[in-house]
Design a protein around this ligand. Sequence first.
Ligand code: GLA
Length: 750
Amino acid sequence: MIHVHHSQRGEPIFHLKSGDSSYVLSVFHGYLLHLYCGAQVSDDDLEYLLVQIPHDSVVPRPSHTYEENKWFSCDAATFEYPANGCGDFRPSAIAVKMMEAHGNSSAFAGTTATDLRYVSYEIVNGKPQVDKQPAVYASDEEAQTLIITCEDPATKLTVKLYYTAFRDFSAICRRTVIENSCKEQLPLDILRAYSASVDFTSIEPQPQLLHLWGTWARERHVERTPLAHGTVSVSSKRGASSHYHNPFAALVTEETTETHGMAVGLSLIYSGNFEISADTDPYGTVRLMAGINPSDFTWRLEPGESFVTPEAVLVFSDEGLGKMSRTFHKLYRSHLCRGEWRDKTRPVLVNNWEATYFDFDDEKILSIAKEAADCGIEMFVLDDGWFGQRNSDKSSLGDWFVNEDKIRCGMKKLVEQINALGLKFGLWFEPEMVSPVSELYKAHPDWCLHIEGREKSIARDQYVLDMTRQDVRDYLFERMSAILSSANIEYVKWDFNRNLTEVGSGWLPAERRQETFHRFVLGTYELLDRLTTAFPQILLEGCSSGGGRYDPAMLYYSPQYWTSDDTDAMERVDIQLGTSMVYPASSMSCHVSACPNHQTGRMTSFRTRGHVAMGGAFGYELDLTALSDEEKELIRQQVDEYHRYYNVINRGDLYRLIMPNDTYNGKQGKCAAWMYVSEDKSEALLTFVVMRTSVKPVYFLKLQGLDPMAQYRDEESGRIYHGDTLMKAGLNLTRRYTDGDSMVVHLKKV
Ligand code: GLA
């Protein structure tokens, strides 16, 4: 997978063949330069691709390259990990500030110039676990990792760059380790430490950054922003990856579609403040970078200490966005998600949140659970409100003790009764939060994030616990373990309902306070790790006011995530298709809820709500005791369908046929279509949703991903088609639709 050659100057050229892609980098006069990434190529020596700018006296050139290569300038070179202040004026991936120690001064103290030169490399089989942060994993047969050591020639700072190439995935995983090996034994502050940076030359035609924007209840909508000279970026400063931008972007061109053109996806395995940016220089080179947001971040490194960045994942496709997404799906489903539930069939659940909100007791819960058992539902999830004095969102976060005024029979008994109905039981927590009205806050007012002497912002009537503190994490572990061991709890919904403000941690010295945001994330990871290790059998579902922290790092701990608090089926089409740019169906938790929908007031048929919710980990979120017999019969049918389609949806390949914003829709109202095809192409499932109909619409849907030579039977009509006919001529779905209609076509190879 990784080949090493040497250039005419005797410096190494590394060719990483990953899946059907190539990633080529070389050492040139000591600089580590990027030469190519994209569809696989045969040649290794690609140095002829380097950007050569004619002599121009205003552009600084390094003295050591000047005689031999007058055209070489750091300001036009394509760097693998661009440093700072030594001739490259574009955004840098790294910047460190040398500090002084008591009685020990240096000429470098207070300066931020950072230069990096190649020192050595090592290739190892597999993918080493660099530290405990979430990361993709792979066996020795599946991957190889190139570790390149660079050094600042002046200070002797060490930077190690990790690149993993895969046998089966067109992807490269990157991360960076910065070591304070500086010769003067002085502390330093890291000001910027990106996970990855790639310089792309000549992206034609017009390059664009495709990214996922949103807000509460409107997460991950696809947007394409044309690149212009200067920087386009998406980021978060909220302490969570956030609803607003997802830690993902793809470099595409204006011609990239679902099936054609280049798409380089860049996904950051991180749940905190991040930035992904694309900077276009005067020579048309696009620098794509991803990492921890340098705003509100510094990290003090004492001599001998190292800092490990989060991991970034690059995925290459020369067949459009569809192929890029399918690579992400498979990689994340099989090499990022972990634990028993990675591959196990997820149970159909009913969650009581939209059914009862805070207004329930054990009897009400049992009455819903009884109906659930009668409808074939497999798990009951008790959401917010079971602990402390929590009868509204105004109190009790942090008081993780069962409220026996509501759960009068006690948790153990309640779970036993639910288990006796044949249902599993799951429970909601929001560990990282504390209500000002709580026993926990009374006892430990200093446990929340705050800056002494500064007013604290409040959101949803709650503060955020300081997850950088060991005592806070120990308390949460003790409380959660006690509850989880007290009854047969087989699922946890881990919520996180506000962002971080007034961020500073009292226990950290002033020079380390700007580490708080990142330490918070590491603290949350540590607690997640302890709990998933102690309770490996529990199915963990992430949540953050819906999908406000839906990122790859959370999928490392929780194989499924509550996609959005917006359960309206029409809205969910946009949200789920946007989410599918990166994240697999098996990670998207989707529920059928009541109508009129609680978020939008819209009415949609029960059938369509089911069709849309089947696009992921399926469940219900409504009062089952208030349903008609007809609706309950529909639930039985849907549960049955979910089981029939489970394999193709959750383990198959996704093809997005019509996106809700495609121009196609201008003529035909607004509709969307997607399909899943099993890996062996023996089965496919098409979902078609008409969100807004128009007069006399005509729909021919050309399917994708089938075996062209095989014949497929439509399981409902019994009609048989050839795969090539379905893909070339398509299905004729023309008929009269009303707003919100949907249909599903299940095809099986004959
Ligand atoms: C968040 C979640 C919801 C629900 C509530 C409970 O908003 O996204 O699903 O759990 O919290 O307070």
